[in-house]
Structure formats: structure tokens, C-alpha cells
Ligand binder design. Structure first.
Ligand SMILES: NC(=O)c1ccc[n+]([C@@H]2O[C@H](COP(=O)([O-])OP(=O)(O)OC[C@H]3O[C@@H](n4cnc5c(N)ncnc54)[C@H](OP(=O)(O)O)[C@@H]3O)[C@@H](O)[C@H]2O)c1
Length: 356
């Protein structure tokens, strides 16, 4: 470990050598202003930092570019790190060196940021040992790097809002998103049907095929649902009790149209940036409930330990081949090319994951 710096101190006539453990310098995606992520971010080198007694220095291996990372840099996410800041929020790495009081973690262990927090897009991260969660090294790192934010959100939303039984159904928009892909598979594992709405765009036939292979019962583009009674399309799938919305606008109205009497729509994202419009009759006669979910709030409400257990459960499903999603790995040196893809500059793309 090339992390030691020696300081000599003169104490009562004797020269004693103390070593201060330092991290290597870190290359980081840095921004000092909010704004369009492709213009306000740059890669810089940060100086070594001290590794204190309870700190762990981790050489990062992989970290995704999630929509919320983009919103944080834009300055529109409700909770943001103070400026200047390093981008990224979740990720995994290998322990590089540990402070003198650290037990249970050693160089070479694979760990993830848990709970996720700002600053994942850099080559070396130094944080207190309590921040790191060790995971099974048989897990592909790109999955471990992406398991906390999206798959865990999918799991909580399938489990927490409506008491669903095998044979019930969920309707969701944004079904091609990582959350959407996970909802399909986690529901399928419990025998729950999914009705999936995707946007009209080039490659929508291939997207439908992919989602069907993951276990989707039905997949529609928004324009296919431009019919008088969407429920006439349900065939053998029951009217869904739970709807999941990460798009807003027309795509949210379509979710509401599918819901059964007394159903619940959970909103967890707003990809179209359009508001949700709900008819008066939806409340009075259909008795629909509208709720929201925010993983960050859920984890910080005393659920850090529970989130780690759930992440381990999800990683188990991944290792068993029961949970998969589309990922594209890009080397850190090409960060801005991956960022452009995540910003939608080249049309629909798989989740971009940076490999350090
Ligand atoms: N509330 C929470 O705690 C929480 C946690 C996790 C994620 N989220 C939210 O969940 C959503 C999905 O996240 P993710 O990481 O799973 O997504 P992702 O894998 O990065 O995929 C992006 C999704 O957004 C769709 N999309 C992009 N631009 C759109 C537009 N202008 N109109 C409609 N759809 C658009 C894409 O559709 P195409 O495939 O057609 O391009 C794709 O389905 C995001 O809004 C994210 O912020 C919220």
C-alpha cells in the first residue's frame, strides 16, 4: 500500500516516527456549479486524504449514472451535496487500506456504499467503516454497483403498498427502466402479473421482446393504449390493484385507467417532467389512492440495516440468474461519452455504468 507518510516529532529529546496513512490521489468527476451535467462536470485529480483510525480507503470499481445523479448536478434534486461536489451516489469497490482501529474489513474485500451517498464517481473514496457493506465476491461488480437504488426501489414498491397475492396484477409505465425491469421479475417470482407501458420510440418492438423475455405478461406502447377502454385488452390478466408511475403526463393517466376500483398508484419518478392529471371521478367513484415513494427517505428512516439485508437478498437472486437488467459498462476515461448516453443524447440506451 503506497499510503504511508512519515512525520517525525521530537518528544522529550527522543525522535519518534509516526505514520499517517494517506489515500492515493483520486481522479474524480467534479462540479462547482449546478447546471447541464455535460457542461458543468470535469474530471480532476484530488490530493491524497488522511485515512483516520476508523476509515476505510476503497478503490472504486464501478458506479452507475442514475437519473437522480443527473438531477443532483442540475440542482433540481431536493437533497444535494454542498458545492463543490463529486458526482455519483452508489457504487462498489475493493478495500485498498484500512485505519488502525478497523476490524472486519481488510484490503481486497469487495464493498458497496451503503447507504448510497454523494461522491461515488472517483477512483478512491475514504469513509468511515460503518459506511461500507461487504458483499459476496461471486457477484458481478456491475450488478453490485447498481443493486441498491433501483432494484431495492422495485422490491419495496412491489411489497409495501398493496397486499398483493399470487395471481394479482401490477400496471407500470417506464417499464424499460432498470426499476421497471426489476418490477417485472420480482413480481413474476411471486406469481404476480405485470402490464407494462413503454413510450413510442425507435426500437420499441425489441424493447417489448426483451421485457416479455424477463416475464412481462403484457407490454404496450402509449399509442397502442389510445383506445376507448384499455381494460378490454386485459384478456386473462386481472385488473391491477397497484400501479407504478415514473413518467407522469399521459403515461400516468394510462396507469390510472388500468387500475381496479380502490387501486393505488405509487409515483416514484417524473421522467417526462409532465404533471399528473387525475379526473374527479377517479377519486369519487373509483376511489383510487395516489401515493409516492422515495428510497432515500425510506432508508434514512431507520432502515439502513434492513436495506443491507434486502440488497444481499437481491444479490442472491442476481447470482441465481433470477434478476437481470440491461447494463453498458464504460471506462472512466470515457465518462463524458457515457454521460451523453445517460442524458438521452443518442436515444434510448441501457443503464450506463462507469468502470474505474
Ligand atoms: N423515488 C425513488 O426513490 C427512486 C429510486 C430509483 C429510481 N427512481 C426513479 O425511477 C425512474 C427510473 O430510474 P432508472 O434508473 O430505473 O431508469 P433508467 O434505467 O435510467 O431508464 C430511464 C427510463 O426513463 C425513460 N425515459 C427517459 N426519458 C423519458 C422521457 N422524456 N419520457 C418518458 N420516459 C423517459 C426511459 O425510456 P426508454 O427506454 O424509452 O428510453 C427508461 O425507461 C427515474 O425517474 C428515477 O429517478 C426513483
Amino acid at each position: 500500500m503506497a499510503c504511508a507518510r512519515f512525520i517525525s516529532l521530537k518528544t522529550s529529546g527522543m525522535v519518534r516516527a509516526f505514520s499517517t496513512l494517506m489515500s492515493p490521489p483520486s481522479k474524480a468527476v467534479f462540479y462547482d456549479n449546478h447546471g447541464p451535467p455535460d457542461t458543468v462536470t470535469k474530471i480532476i485529480e484530488l490530493p491524497p486524504v488522511e485515512i483516520k483510525a476508523n476509515d476505510v480507503c476503497v478503490k472504486m470499481l464501478a458506479s452507475p449514472i442514475n437519473p437522480s445523479d443527473i438531477n443532483r448536478i442540475e440542482g433540481v434534486y431536493p437533497v444535494r451535496p454542498p458545492l463543490p461536489a463529486v458526482g455519483g451516489y452508489e457504487g462498489v469497490g475493493e478495500v485498498h487500506s484500512v485505519g488502525e482501529a478497523v476490524q472486519g474489513l481488510s484490503p481486497g474485500d469487495l464493498v458497496m456504499a451503503s447507504p448510497p451517498s454523494p461522491g461515488a464517481w472517483q477512483t478512491h473514496v475514504v469513509r468511515d467503516k460503518s459506511f461500507w457493506h461487504k458483499f459476496d465476491r461471486r457477484t458481478p461488480v456491475e450488478y453490485a454497483a447498481t443493486v441498491t437504488i433501483n432494484p431495492l426501489t422495485a422490491l419495496r414498491m412491489v411489497e409495501d403498498f398493496v397486499d398483493l397475492k399470487s395471481g394479482d396484477a401490477i400496471v407500470q409505465n417506464g417499464a424499460t427502466s432498470m426499476v421497471g425491469q426489476c418490477v417485472i421479475q420480482l413480481a413474476k417470482l411471486r406469481g404476480i402479473h405485470t402490464i407494462n407501458i413503454i413510450r413510442d420510440r425507435s426500437g420499441s418492438d425489441e424493447a417489448k421482446e426483451k421485457l416479455t423475455k424477463l416475464g412481462a405478461d403484457q407490454v404496450y406502447t402509449e399509442s397502442q393504449l389510445n383506445v376507448k377502454n384499455v381494460k378490454s385488452l386485459l384478456d386473462n390478466v386481472p385488473e391491477p390493484a397497484l400501479g407504478l408511475n415514473c413518467v407522469g403526463g399521459n403515461a400516468a393517466s394510462l396507469v390510472l385507467k388500468f387500475l381496479r376500483q380502490g387501486g393505488t398508484m405509487v409515483t416514484y419518478g417524473g421522467m417526462s417532467k409532465k404533471p399528473i392529471t387525475v379526473s374527479t371521478s377517479s377519486f369519487i367513484f373509483k376511489e383510487l389512492s395516489l401515493k409516492g415513494f422515495w428510497l432515500q427517505k425510506w432508508i434514512s428512516s431507520g432502515n439502513t440495516e434492513a436495506s443491507r439485508e434486502m440488497v444481499d437478498y437481491l444479490l442472491g437472486l442476481i447470482r441465481e440468474g433470477k434478476l437481470k437488467y440491461d447494463i453498458e459498462l464504460t471506462p472512466f476515461s470515457e465518462f463524458h461519452a457515457a454521460l451523453d448516453k445517460a442524458l438521452g443524447k443518442h436515444g434510448s440506451q441501457p443503464k450506463q455504468v462507469i468502470k474505474f
